[in-house]
Design a protein around this ligand. Structure first.
Ligand SMILES: Cc1ncc(COP(=O)(O)O)c(C=O)c1O
Length: 391
């Protein structure tokens, strides 16, 4: 059977490849510890599970979801309350919010809703592996914008060539950043709004880690003056509430873009199970303390990993966001080689930086979403089996 040419450019999805690698090692009897994937092992808050279960018992929720194009109004109102309380952002649930099956769906529908075939789309490098396939599916071409350690992993907008900026239809960014852990500054976001405005570029600000920050303020792109004129923010319940499997998130901001995403969505699926949206309302309204507790857990795990990495020779301070650590590999290793060494000597799986883009080479990404006792075992193995490195 033939398949579409558009798939030829798309590599196998990184996390599928990593999952296969882990499964293969486990089949060989190796007790592998995965620090590769950002998927919290800690449970969803119990009140959210209770809300799902109560809503699932109501037969009214067994039908097609209500307001299928945009998501339930009650859910969108909860999103508006959450953005107001957590970020000081005012959103109109009637036209500035659409419910999504996670922010990943938003990345895809944004491209289909905003970008034309042949367009150029700016995308950070390194960056979340979901962006480029979404751009290709829309028939457009990604243009990598470098993120480097010396600039705090923020793109230098002035370095984007003017002819490319003029051609660009959209820009994908994500802060707190996967994979680097970098956080944006208000100054950078203000420059981004100006840049997008001057070149008529639609911003897709992907913010699913907005709540996972250490020692800095939470920041929404939409809190910047003028942001709603130039873009949308994607957010998600996956990471703050340990709800990756539930598939619920939102796109908020510019009403034209939100409307375009809703149009793509309503012609693709029939909305999110109402019971999950009711559970989402419970999470957004009543779990602020839970987020604080999880951030405390990540802070603690982060310190434990950093202590070991420092003992192994790495001396830098990591950036202040996400539950990832973006670690330079020791001299003379590529990211792939160092991941192989970790697997071979410690049975620990890390994500190779090169898979996040050309500028990701020279780094590996470690995730802190693993049970404490497994993390401690991974660290014990690293201490025991790795020698001190030169960085
Ligand atoms: C930057 C970024 N965007 C989007 C997603 C997708 O998250 P969701 O579960 O909300 O679809 C992830 C998940 O890892 C991510 O890291």
């Amino acid at each position: 059977m033939h398949t579409a040419d558009r798939l030829k450019k798309v590599p196998p999805y990184l996390f599928m490849t990593l999952r296969n690698k882990i499964a293969e090692a486990r089949r060989r009897g190796v007790d592998v510890i995965s620090l590769a994937i950002g998927d919290p092992v800690d449970p969803t808050p119990p009140n959210v599970v209770d809300a799902l279960s109560a809503a699932a018992r109501n037969p009214e929720n067994h039908r097609y979801p209500t307001d299928e194009e945009w998501g339930m109004l009650a859910f969108r109102e909860a999103v508006a309350r959450w953005y107001g309380r957590r970020y000081g952002v005012d959103l109109d649930p009637g036209k500035e919010i659409v419910a999504l099956i996670g922010s990943k769906e938003g990345c895809h529908h944004f491209a289909l809703g905003v970008v034309n075939p042949g367009d150029v789309v700016l995308v950070t490098d390194p960056g979340y592996p979901g962006y480029k396939p979404s751009i290709w599916f829309a028939g457009a071409e990604p243009w990598p914008v470098a993120m480097r350690a010396e600039n705090g992993f923020l793109p230098k907008l002035a370095d984007i060539p003017t002819d490319i900026a003029k051609k660009a239809a959209a820009f994908y960014l994500n802060y707190p950043n996967n994979p680097t852990g970098a956080v944006a500054t208000k100054e950078f976001l203000a420059d981004l709004v100006d840049f997008a405005k001057s070149y008529d570029i639609a911003v897709c600000f992907d913010n699913p880690y907005s709540e996972v920050v250490f020692g800095v303020d939470r920041l929404s792109f939409l809190s910047m003056p003028g942001a709603k004129n130039v873009g949308v923010e994607l957010n998600s319940l996956s990471k703050p509430y340990n709800m990756t499997g539930w598939r619920i998130g939102m796109a908020c901001g510019n009403p034209d873009i939100v409307g375009a995403i809703a149009k793509v969505k309503s012609n693709t699926d029939s909305g999110i199970f109402n019971a999950i949206q009711y559970a989402g309302i419970e999470a957004l309204d009543n779990c602020d303390d839970f987020i604080g507790k999880m951030v405390g857990i990540y802070r603690n795990r982060r310190e434990r990993v950093l202590t070991v990495l420092r003992d192994l020779g790495w001396q830098s301070d990591p950036p202040c966001g996400t539950f990832y650590l973006w670690i330079p590999v020791p001299r003379r290793y590529t990211s792939g080689e160092f991941c192989d060494l970790l697997l071979e000597k410690c049975a620990v799986v890390a994500a190779p930086g090169a898979k996040y883009g050309g500028n990701g080479e020279g780094y590996i990404r470690l995730s802190l979403t693993v049970e404490d006792h497994r993390l401690d075992e991974a660290l014990r193995r690293m201490r025991a089996n790795l020698s001190k490195f030169e960085f």
